[in-house]
Design a protein around this ligand. Sequence first.
Ligand SMILES: Cc1cc2nc3c(=O)[nH]c(=O)nc-3n(C[C@H](O)[C@H](O)[C@H](O)COP(=O)(O)O)c2cc1C
Length: 324
Amino acid sequence: MRNSFAPMEGITIYCYRNTHYKYFGEGLDYYYTPFLSIYKHHSIKKRDMREILPENNAEHGISIIPQIMANDADEIIWALHYLQERGYDEINLNMGCPVGTVVSKKKGSGMLQDPDRLYEIFSKVFDDNITDEIKFTVKTRLGLADSHEFENILPVLNKFPFGAVIIHPRIRTQMYKGTPDMDMFRWAYENSKNPVGYNGNIFTPDDYKNIVEKFPNLYEVMMGRGLVANPGLAREIKNGKKMSFEELKGFMTDLQDNYKIEIPADESIMHKMKEIWFYVGNLITKEDGSSAEQLIHKIRTAKNIAEYRNAVRAVYRECIMKTT
Ligand SMILES: Cc1cc2nc3c(=O)[nH]c(=O)nc-3n(C[C@H](O)[C@H](O)[C@H](O)COP(=O)(O)O)c2cc1C
């Protein structure tokens, strides 16, 4: 069973991935890129290109799986060739993004509304020899409005030799809220002809244990928000070593520095860091055992870089890791 860091647009960009890998990489087998949009006439944005350049990835020793967003067979085939030529042997297709502007273009989870069209797309993709040479995987939800839609989607996926079908067992309308539908996930786990991956709501080593005990033949466990909130989670799952406050400080400080490679304006880096603090804040408490909420709030509401730095310093001075 392999463990991976989920694609998270705006968060797990290469600066984040490399910093994470440096501190906590021993717990993970793969990192996904956030989705790379594949445009008609076969192009990728410059910003997305930087997500896959060897100097931003492999040269750091990290194993990357690019994720693409496309709903047209020719575009998918083009992207598979393009990425293979750049050294990638596994590529994932996004069939889960719930955002309105994506779904309205029938991309992301919007692809799930028409299983016949899915069949057409994948027939063409798997007719291309590239799929013999690389592993092509999908990351999907259970449906748009009802989990039972997956009863019509899985049979389509079963017709093709995907490297893996990674399932986030929610429907599009849930976004990232509500409980994953584990009954429907079990049905998929038992009926998929392809290796199955699980993704969703793993926030603690116990959550992970619970999933792998219930589904021992999983091919992959993918973690997203749980890892952003506790960057040391996968390492702790692997060898029991919890992240220390010193490590968290080192990670956050390096992350801020590494963002400078991609993001020129200090102000924009501050916004990124605030977003990360939003997740990480739950991990810590004040030294006297009282809540660190107010200190984190100061970081989140800092109006300028000086205020931000002061707020972060206060957290570093006054906080420790929560023990539970
Ligand atoms: C801010 C944010 C950005 C995301 N970006 C992507 C993305 O680019 N591609 C994708 O397949 N899923 C994306 N997701 C979904 C996550 O990969 C994952 O499926 C979801 O967070 C549920 O898993 P978790 O409970 O482990 O976080 C994103 C989620 C969030 C919260």
